[in-house]
Design a protein around this ligand. Structure first.
Ligand code: NAD
Ligand code: FES
Length: 285
């Protein structure tokens, strides 16, 4: 059992959790993830470790309420416990001195790119950051990213904060001004990661993305997370989750992630209806 020590709402559907997990905190490196099962019947949810504190023995996770299980998790509070937290899993991001690098976070993907930006900065790189969200209320970790980036550009799709447009618009501007970029790290929704890959392909700038296929065990046993990279089958949980963006088969990833879309939708609908009934019952009692 893993105790929730702190919970903070970051945006309407996004919450940050600080969890007591001393063994994971001790071993974890930037790019690692955990698989969390909130309750006995809950799905296994893979989540990047956003931060950790070895002294207090804690890890930080950011959870977006998308389906039934993530809604249940985001509804949990300080003092409650997640049933299992398994990790650290996956390869850590290879962090070294490269020169000037760009870290791009799209929406909740900012939570995943932040530890990488921090590790790259600690290794002496010049880190240019871009974070994008649909609107101002969905921008997360602005202060944290500012603290580890030499420059930070914020974009919103609707122009309600920062520069109007997508993260790729800001990336194109950076690429025009900096001809010596040594690498791009992009994490966010799949269409964003694919768009970043296309933006950097012609200039052959090394571009890494963190893939988020369906996962089950997270240890290379079940095959649920298989992706095709450079024509070869890889398991994102043990071979990744980061891969060279220019050789990822994004079409296959999108198609595989839709496998249980209908079931996920109906499960969420049922959950919302049950929750509403419980509220009604409580009112009439
Ligand atoms: P979102 O849809 O709000 O997009 C965030 C930003 O990404 C946008 O503001 C825009 O700047 C950029 N973007 C989106 N589509 C783009 C496109 N076609 N071209 C260029 N830029 C584009 O993101 P969200 O709601 O926070 O996240 C949605 C999805 O991302 C979820 O399904 C989640 O599973 C996935 N996700 C993936 C990872 C990962 O590890 N790859 C991490 C977190 C979330
Ligand atoms: Fe089972 Fe990767 S999640 S092999």
């Amino acid at each position: 059992m893993f105790k929730i020590l702190k919970k903070e709402a970051l945006a309407p559907t996004l919450s940050k959790f600080v969890i007591e997990a001393p063994f994971i905190a001790r071993k974890r490196k930037a790019g690692n993830f955990v698989i969390v099962r909130a309750t006995e019947t809950g799905e296994r949810i893979p989540l990047t470790i956003v931060d950790s504190d070895n002294e207090s023995g804690t890890i930080t996770l950011i959870i977006q309420a998308i389906g039934k299980t993530t809604n249940i998790m985001v509804g949990m509070n300080e003092g409650e416990y997640f049933l299992d937290v398994v990790g650290p899993l996956g390869h850590p991001t290879p962090v070294d001195y490269y020169g000037t690098v760009v870290c791009v976070g799209g929406g909740v993907g900012t939570a995943e790119v932040y530890p990488i930006a921090k590790a790259l900065k600690d290794s002496g790189n010049t880190v240019l950051g871009i974070i994008g969200a649909r609107s101002k209320d969905l921008v997360i970790l602005e202060n944290e990213m500012s603290a580890v980036c030499d420059e930070l550009i914020i974009t919103t799709d609707d122009g309600s904060y920062g520069q109007k447009g997508f993260v790729t618009d800001a990336l194109k501007d950076i690429m025009k001004k900096n001809k010596e970029l040594q690498g791009i790290y992009a994490i966010g929704p799949i269409p964003m990661m694919r768009a970043v890959a296309e933006t950097t392909r012609a200039d052959k700038i090394k571009t890494y993305v963190s893939l988020n296929p369906i996962m089950m065990d997270g240890t290379g046993m079940c095959g649920a997370c298989r992706v095709t990279v450079n024509g070869e089958m890889k398991f994102a949980c043990v071979d990744g989750p980061e891969f060279d963006a220019h050789i990822v088969d994004f079409d296959e990833l999108i198609a595989r992630n839709k496998t249980y879309e209908d079931l996920e939708k109906s499960s969420l609908q049922n959950f919302i209806q049950e929750s509403e009934c419980q509220v009604q019952d409580a009112k009439t009692e």
